[in-house]
Ligand binder design. Structure first.
Ligand code: NAD
Length: 264
């Protein structure tokens, strides 16, 4: 039996690829393509929105009945509505939207008491491998290695730093027992900007159509170790999200991670 899927942010860059790649997966049935009510393509077939064959589902601002799983790649503004819908209708939630505020993150966590949830700032295999190793590398290198994170994205990205860059910093802090909030230094500017020991520098580049590049730099006197990830296409995140959706549908309530989905 097919897993019934709803996509939120369906007309966006990620949403269009979700519609396209979901249509190629036999076990998934698109039953809802949701976007904001004033989107110019409201009412069009989801296939036309994604520039593929008709899918028999129109772009709408309403959520459909009887869904099994929902993937949200939209903007934080709509997050609460998505979460409420999933909770009320017992729909599994894959939340890929980044830039959620603390209250919204708390809503996602609370929802996991009644429905299965994956909240992932990056759904790709490669970056999830990085999440698994960057803290271990920091611990092995030791305290004398300065850690800086540089992320690069396209000029249209709203939030900064990227959710993935924050997750990299979070993984490092968890492993070496530092506080994320106290460690992060965003950018560096001014006459008194000397690097302080124990900090993690965070730098966001926004330019052109860069899909996503992350570098974690560990440097001490005499050597530098760099771990780097480059996404060539959004499809790497889309495939991960679809794999997550299939894995999550029918699971008991709880908070699950992409690392669990990918067996990392
Ligand atoms: P985009 O701007 O191209 O698309 C966003 C879509 O959401 C648009 O169609 C917009 O109309 C729609 N939208 C806005 N407000 C809405 C609302 N209240 N309700 C429903 N729809 C609404 O952006 P994008 O590049 O597709 O990225 C979308 C999100 O996915 C961003 O938060 C981005 O950071 C995130 N992202 C996550 C991953 C991951 O792996 N987790 C990877 C890439 C992008």
């Amino acid at each position: 039996m097919s897993v019934k899927l709803v996509i939120v942010g369906a007309a966006g860059r990620m949403g269009q690829r979700l519609i396209t790649l979901a249509s190629e997966i036999e076990g998934l049935q698109l039953i809802g393509a949701v976007d904001r009510a004033d989107h110019p393509q409201m009412g069009q077939d989801a296939g036309a929105v994604a520039r593929i064959d008709p899918q028999g589902v129109n772009l709408t601002s309403d959520f459909p009945q009887d869904a099994d799983v929902l993937i949200d790649f939209s903007l934080p503004e709509g997050a609460s509505r998505t979460i409420d819908y999933c909770k009320s209708n017992k729909v599994a939630l894959v939340m890929g939207t980044t830039g959620l505020n603390e209250a919204q993150k708390a809503e996602v966590t609370a929802a996991s008491q009644t429905i299965p949830v994956i909240y992932g700032t990056n759904m790709g295999v490669g970056m999830n491998v990085l999440f698994a190793v960057v803290g271990k590398v920091a611990a092995m290198l030791g305290e004398d290695y300065d850690i800086e994170i540089i992320e690069q994205h396209h000029r249209f990205k709203k939030d900064a730093p990227s959710g993935s860059a924050l997750s990299l910093a979070e993984s490092i802090c968890e492993e070496i027992g530092r506080s994320l909030d106290e460690s992060l230094v965003h950018g560096r500017e001014g006459k008194d900007a000397l690097r302080q020991p124990g900090t993690i520098g965070m730098h966001a580049v926004r330019a052109g159509d860069i899909v996503g590049k992350h570098q974690v730099i560990y440097s001490t006197l005499g050597e530098t170790v760099t771990i780097s990830h480059t996404a060539h296409s959004r499809d790497v995140f889309v495939r991960g999200a679809l794999r997550g959706a299939q894995w999550l549908a029918g699971k008991p309530a709880g908070m699950y991670s992409m690392r669990q989905v990918l067996g990392l």
